[in-house]
Ligand binder design. Structure first.
Ligand code: GLA
Length: 669
């Protein structure tokens, strides 16, 4: 189905751009509910996520359902024109359930069973949990499947956030079943992939196969990787079960679950993205990170990549500080607006907060919200209300997309997991850091970039880190390059297979031919050490002794360090290999050169260095230029049209005051 058609059907009931929040009325009395709706209207809130943690409200004791509270809130919202993203409450099993089924509580690798008392206290493989989760989902979907307020469904909450893995006996059984399917019931195959000849850890009976629980020393990396895959599959099975129940009772309403793209943890979101009707994402700034605006752009670009370029939803972000960081540093005035506009600029058609009203008690009472403890006479409420008015003025952008970028960054979750296991040559060498680093460099340069799971139509594909690599992916990279794509591969890539077994022959086994070289030796650097290159750039963390093939050109060499005199940047046709990790200033020099060589579009004039510029285009050809000025000085950006935010017309150049935003409906070009 063409992108736009899919998008139109999926979003047909959802107001957009959607603006709102997680709404937790169960924390408040009825008088506050009245006030909530009044204030929501004032702030142009048109969508709230309801019921995320409301299991014990809906089912206060086993099989006793009470929907009176939800009924009341839903009709109230509906009468006021506020749509509902209705959540299944299964991220927070009630205490009665946990006490009746202690075996459903997660167990750590050390064998400690976690106590009930907080949310996400369940093992995703627990049959009792799955049964009760299905029941409450069915009752909810039966009751509200065609409720006029419900425009979409939200399953659970941030899967694998607190309970990514469970090492309990039930998980062990499920893990074993999963492995038997994966290896065709062939224990020898498992022994082979996990490399159990090492230390004589050979399995002679399936009963000996257990999750990687804490032992006397390191465990097989292949076993860990399978366990991560298994855990991800178990969470996905929970999601699918609830999704299918909801779909059966609520046809025509899209189903989502909120991702955490910025976290880069244990969820392979490329798999998950195929299972949701709309990609939605939660993003929280690390408030003390000086590069937090770039980090936000990374998370948003990844959400768009997961949505395959279609519009997506920002399901949660914060109006200001969050209590789970060491210091609850507040957002500066205007920052909430810049953050929201950046998500929209990068393809979101919804911007929701956690949460609507700041809790008066509990662990999240120092987490900011749209309505702070101080109520309406507060800076945050005033900005949240004004922002709602701004977002409401952007109705025309709904359904438009960010056109595919010429540059893409490849993200492979399994390769990332493999590199972060212990016992690698350098624990400094991680995949998540280098991806963010390269993305931040592109962001600083004003170069648009997509995140992708595999090679595609982009002109320049950047692969900063791909330690574990299947021969299939290696072949896809070869085809990409053979068809004229420009490829840049970072160090220590193509080294092992998806079971963490070294590819045969000289390094890098899976990429040797494509790159036209072999690596004689990997040379991790000592803490704080760097290496100089003869093109005035600097490498960090890592060096390699590389032997170029006959057709491979050496573009720069190490002038010091353990590979002194040897190649540092090599080029074979339109494929480059880096034998070190360039530092940030070096990336800023390399990337524009590589982009120009690949024929990538140049940045909009005025973009970069803290001035974020993107474009969204509608199927009928209309374009909007989004500009977010993160700097302390006025920014001039080339565009002609009318700024929907300020109403000001610009001819050729728009000036954006420090810290402000513009969304220019551009004149046809
Ligand atoms: C996550 C959860 C929310 C809330 C926020 C706080 O995103 O989904 O329920 O706890 O964190 O930042």
């Amino acid at each position: 189905m063409p992108r736009s058609d899919h998008s139109r059907l999926t979003w047909s009931r959802i107001p957009r751009p959607a603006y709102g929040a997680d709404y937790n009325p169960e924390q408040w009395d009825r008088a506050t509910w009245e006030d909530d709706v009044r204030l929501m209207r004032e702030a142009d809130v048109n969508l709230v996520t309801l019921g995320v943690f409301a299991w014990s409200m809906i089912e206060p004791s086993p099989d006793t359902f009470d929907f009176s509270g939800l009924d009341e809130v839903m009709s109230h919202l509906h009468e006021s024109g506020i749509a509902v993203d209705l959540a299944t409450p299964t991220a927070a099993p009630p205490l009665w359930f946990s006490h009746a089924h202690p075996e459903s509580l997660p167990v750590t690798a050390d064998g400690q069973r976690l106590a009930p008392g907080s949310r996400q206290a369940y093992c995703p493989s627990s049959p009792a949990y799955r049964e009760r989760a299905a029941l409450v989902t069915r009752r909810l979907a039966e009751r509200y499947g065609d409720h006029p307020a419900v425009v979409m469904w939200h399953i659970n909450n941030e899967y694998a956030n607190a309970n990514a893995h469970c090492w309990c006996a039930t998980s062990a059984d499920a893990f074993r079943d999963w492995l038997r399917t994966r290896y065709g019931d062939d224990l020898d195959a498992l022994n082979d992939r996990w490399g159990t000849a090492l230390w004589g850890m050979h399995y002679s009976d399936w009963a000996q196969v257990i999750p990687p629980r804490t032992s006397t020393g390191p465990l097989s990396p292949g076993r860990w990787l399978d366990f991560y895959r298994f855990s991800d599959t178990e969470h996905l099975a929970c999601f699918r079960a609830e999704r299918d129940i909801v779909r059966a009772h609520s046809p025509g309403r899209p189903v989502t679950t909120n991702f955490m793209t910025g976290a880069l943890r244990w969820t392979d979101y490329w798999r998950w993205a195929r299972e949701v009707d709309i990609v939605s994402n939660d993003h929280y700034l690390m408030s003390e990170d000086p590069d937090r605006a770039a980090d936000l752009a990374f998370a948003a670009d990844l959400a768009r990549g997961l949505a395959d370029g279609r519009p997506w939803m920002l399901m949660e972000h914060s109006t200001s500080g969050v209590q789970w960081q060491t210091r609850n540093v507040a957002k500066l005035p205007g920052e909430m607006t810049r953050n929201t506009l950046t998500h929209l600029a990068r393809g979101a058609d919804a911007a929701l907060f956690f949460q609507w009203r700041q809790s008066a008690y509990g662990p999240e009472k120092w987490h900011s919200a749209m309505v702070p403890h101080g109520g309406e006479d507060t800076r945050i409420w005033r900005e949240a209300r004004a922002l709602g008015n701004t977002v409401a003025g952007l109705a025309d952008i709904a359904g438009s997309i960010c056109p595919p970028a010429d540059i893409a960054l490849l993200l492979d979750y399994e390769a990332m997991w493999a590199l972060q296991l212990p016992h690698r040559p350098s624990s400094d060498l991680t995949c998540s850091d280098v991806l963010r680093d390269w993305h931040r460099a592109l962001w600083s340069l004003g170069l648009a970039c997509d995140l992708v799971p595999a090679p595609g139509d982009q002109r320049l594909l950047l692969v900063p880190s791909l330690y574990a690599l299947s021969t299939d992916t290696a072949r896809a990279l070869e085809e990409y390059a053979a068809h004229g794509g420009h490829l840049v591969v970072g160090p220590f890539s193509g080294v092992v297979d998806p079971h963490d077994r070294v590819h045969p022959g000289p390094y890098p086994g899976a990429l040797r031919d494509l790159l036209g070289l072999r690596v004689d030796e990997y040379l991790p650097l000592a803490a704080g050490e760097s290496v100089a290159l003869d093109d005035d750039s600097t490498g960090r963390l890592w060096a390699e002794r590389v032997l170029p093939g006959p057709d491979t050109e050496v573009e720069s060499r190490f002038t010091d360090g353990p590979a002194r005199g040897g190649p540092a940047v090599l080029r074979n046709g339109n494929t480059r290999y880096l034998a070190t990790r360039p530092d940030f200033p070096s990336l800023l020099r390399f990337l524009p050169r590589w982009a120009a060589e690949a024929g990538c579009a140049t940045p909009v004039q005025g973009a970069g260095h803290g001035v974020e510029v993107t474009r969204r285009t509608a199927p009928d050809g209309r374009t909007w230029l989004f500009a977010v000025n993160h700097t302390g000085h006025p920014a001039e950006v080339a565009t002609t049209g009318v700024d929907v935010v300020s109403g000001i017309r610009s001819a050729g150049v728009i000036t954006i005051p420090p810290g402000e935003v513009a969304v220019v409906a551009e004149d046809p070009r």
